[in-house]
Design a protein around this ligand. Structure first.
Ligand SMILES: Cc1cc2nc3c(=O)[nH]c(=O)nc-3n(C[C@H](O)[C@H](O)[C@H](O)COP(=O)(O)OP(=O)(O)OC[C@H]3O[C@@H](n4cnc5c(N)ncnc54)[C@H](O)[C@@H]3O)c2cc1C
Length: 400
């Protein structure tokens, strides 16, 4: 986007790309469907999705915001559709269509693309970039845009090189964490339900026993913990929750309610009805089977103190109450995030205090600009992360 914008303004533009092909991560986005922006029309709401740092985007969004992005892609042949959560996807062709359309624009404006050319280092002189060094050459330019992405999914080429370049230019890089990533639990039992996808469940987050937030939707158990849309979204905040301000460790728990639409009383009544219906032959494992998805049965039986073969006729009121409590409050102790290898985005990046929000120009190095995920900006899933790339790329590529 930055290169297209610059070249469309008659700037001689070169993309120096480490990989042989461009847009490896873009091709993976939205599971190959590329959720490239979001149709949220209230700018304040849109910006609030990036947390505190979101306000940095007001200027960029006022020139090339989500609406302009949709119009732009439409104008270059990417028709789009809106789906659940106002997510915008290409109508046809998925990520490949988006990438092809962008590459076509590069061709149209004669952007030179140097493939398989990793930038190894950058030389600075008098507060400016003097030249960049690749494996076999040095290149100099009037203006440089670092758009090397974050450090998640490193096999796509985003290995975090740009953070080092930024540091060498004197920039602060804030702490980097994987984000939109599965979460690890101290307990090992989630693997008993690994692959089990739960819809319409509620996850409540507790820090030192106090509720901080909750989410309703879809989640999944994995071999090491939990994943799925609501967990990935919550993962953004795990680094904040897991440590107190003084650096000491907090107790972070997720509580899973498998039956969020039923009160304890209604669920108790339902279980009693079920027991009565199967009187004479009902067993505890059969009762659980009627209450949860098949892949969850093993896990619930493991977590319950009631023997799985126990005839349900003999279940005490306390055992029924404990079963209700279990279904509505499966506690997991969260002890971290999965690695950058599995994270959709990197939280943290080049400090926004050192970048001019109206130009994306470094405040420390005259001819240096930043665009995309390398900046300390990240949002939830839903098209918010690519929107940062389009908007900051467009601004960084503009002649100032
Ligand atoms: C699985 C997955 C799904 C996603 N789905 C979505 C989605 O649906 N919607 C959404 O909004 N976001 C999504 N994201 C996030 C989004 O894809 C990224 O935020 C976005 O691609 C970042 O773009 P970028 O241009 O800043 O960096 P990248 O896309 O990471 O591109 C950086 C480029 O720089 C190159 N590079 C790195 N170092 C060097 C170097 N030293 N020399 C030369 N070249 C270098 C890399 O090879 C790469 O081509 C997803 C991410 C993942 C991993």
């Amino acid at each position: 986007m930055a290169a297209i914008r610059a070249s469309s303004l008659r700037q001689k533009t070169v993309i120096v790309e480490k990989n042989h092909s461009l847009g490896e991560k873009l091709l993976l986005s939205g599971r190959g469907r590329c959720n490239f922006t979001n149709a949220e029309s209230d700018m304040d709401v849109f910006i609030s999705r990036y947390g505190q740092n979101g306000k940095f985007l007001y200027s960029a969004f006022s020139r090339f915001g989500p609406l302009r992005t949709r119009e732009y892609f439409s104008s270059i042949g990417v028709k789009f559709i809106e789906e659940r959560g106002k997510r915008i996807f290409p109508k046809e062709g998925g990520s490949q269509r988006v990438l092809d359309a962008l590459l076509m624009q590069c061709r149209k404006y004669n952007v030179k693309i140097m493939r398989s050319t990793p930038v190894k280092s950058i030389k600075f002189k008098d507060g400016r970039i003097d030249y960049i060094i690749t494996d076999d050459n040095e290149y100099s330019a009037g203006k440089y845009i670092i758009a090397t992405g974050g450090k998640s999914y490193p096999k796509t080429g985003s290995t975090g090189d740009g953070y080092e370049f930024a540091r060498r230019a004197g920039h602060t890089v804030t702490s980097l964490y994987p984000s939109l990533v599965p979460v690890r639990t101290r307990e090992t039992w989630p693997k008993l339900a690994s692959g089990c996808n739960l819809r319409n469940v509620r996850v409540t987050v507790l820090v030192d026993g106090e509720k901080v937030t909750e989410r309703f939707g879809e989640m999944e158990f994995t071999n090491f913990g939990v994943s799925g849309p609501i967990i990935m979204e919550l993962s953004q905040f795990v680094p904040d929750w897991i440590t107190h301000e003084d650096g000491s460790e907090a107790e972070l728990q997720f509580s899973l309610d498998m039956k969020p639409t039923l009160t304890n009383e209604i669920l108790t009544a339902r279980i009693k009805r079920d027991i009565a219906k199967h009187s004479g032959h009902g067993r505890f494992h059969g009762l659980i089977r009627s209450l949860v998805p098949a892949k969850m049965v093993r896990l619930i039986l493991e977590l319950s103190d009631v023997p799985e073969d126990k005839p349900t006729d003999y279940m005490s009121d306390e055992e029924i109450a404990a079963t209700v409590r279990l279904l509505k409050d499966i506690r997991m102790n969260i002890n971290g995030l999965w690695s950058f290898n599995n994270a959709m985005v990197t939280r943290g990046g080049v400090s926004l205090k050192e970048v001019d929000p109206s130009t994306m120009r470094s405040k420390l190095c005259d001819n240096l600009y930043f665009a995309g995920e390398i900046l300390d900006l990240n949002g939830p899933s839903g098209g918010f992360n690519l929107q940062v790339c389009w908007s900051t790329g467009y601004i960084a590529g503009s002649v100032n």
